[in-house]
Design a protein around this ligand. Structure first.
Ligand SMILES: C[S@@+](CC[C@H](N)C(=O)[O-])C[C@H]1O[C@@H](n2cnc3c(N)ncnc32)[C@H](O)[C@@H]1O
Length: 243
């Protein structure tokens, strides 16, 4: 049984997104901005690479994967600490199904899909490159989003930590609120209905609230959902106090 909660123009749904998408009419949303699991920690993804086996592991193996396999027991410093945050993620093994994308394209008129380079999507002119201003070279320096917009490709440079408004991290793959503000400002029009099927920390909800967009955001993990709801409610109360 799904849980649906509404906070102003923001709807939060605790459920597997496939159970929600199949009930929605065609073009129910003007824009879907989604960030599904990329499957980068999945065993299949590891096998699909051209990496050569060597003593101690594959040369390009991530710190998180080394930790999982017990190949990094000491050292690692900040990298090890950051990797530990992500090593218990199991949802990242599940790349969204073909049916997910069929449903997503059916229920939304426009789409921005993070990790688009990992999925089987049509060619797009309007890709977005997010330069994470990441100081650690062992981690990705940027992420790509596929978009349905016939616009020039764009680059956005925003620190993963949210820059000057350093954001508290409540989710292992949390994106900054300012990144979602940039997306909404540059790709959405006033009055558009926005959908996010994989909410995580729901940074998108804070951005939509700040900019006055109608948003429906779905997350199936109860702990992430509760933490994100608390984050949104705290943000809304802080904004109201500032008025
Ligand atoms: C990459 S994270 C999203 C991060 C988010 N953009 C942020 O800024 O915090 C993907 C999220 O999707 C959730 N998830 C995975 N499969 C799902 C599904 N079928 N339906 C709903 N949520 C799902 C996971 O629990 C995880 O929190």
């Amino acid at each position: 049984m799904e849980t649906k909660e509404t906070y102003g123009k923001i709807n939060l749904i605790l459920e597997d997104c496939m159970n929600i998408l199949c009930k929605l009419p065609d073009n129910a949303f003007d824009l879907a901005i989604v960030d599904p699991p990329y499957g980068i920690n999945s065993p299949n993804m590891q096998m699909g690479t051209n990496r050569h086996r060597s003593k101690g592991g594959y040369p390009g193996e991530s710190v998180a994967v080394k930790l999982k396999k017990g190949r990094l027991n000491s050292g690692g410093g900040k990298l090890k600490g950051r990797a530990l945050q992500t090593m218990h993620i199991t949802w990242d093994y599940e790349v969204p199904s073909k049916e997910y994308f069929t449903e997503l394209f059916r229920v939304s008129r426009n789409q921005i899909i993070w990790g688009g380079n990992y999925f089987d999507l049509p060619p797009s002119r309007g890709i977005i490159c997010w330069d994470k201003k990441q100081p650690w070279t062992n981690f990705s320096q940027f992420e790509l989003a596929w978009t349905s917009f016939d616009k020039p490709a764009r680059m956005v440079r925003i620190s993963t930590t949210g820059g000057a408004n350093r954001e508290k991290k409540i989710h292992p793959t949390q994106k900054p609120v300012s990144l979602y503000e940039w997306l909404l400002t540059n790709y959405a029009q006033a009055g558009w209905q926005i959908l996010d099927t994989h909410g995580g920390s729901m940074s998108i909800a804070l951005a939509a609230y700040n900019l006055g967009f109608d948003l429906t955001v779905i997350e199936r993990d109860e702990t992430y959902f509760r933490n994100a709801r608390q984050r949104l409610l705290y943000h809304q109360s802080q904004q109201r106090m500032a008025l």
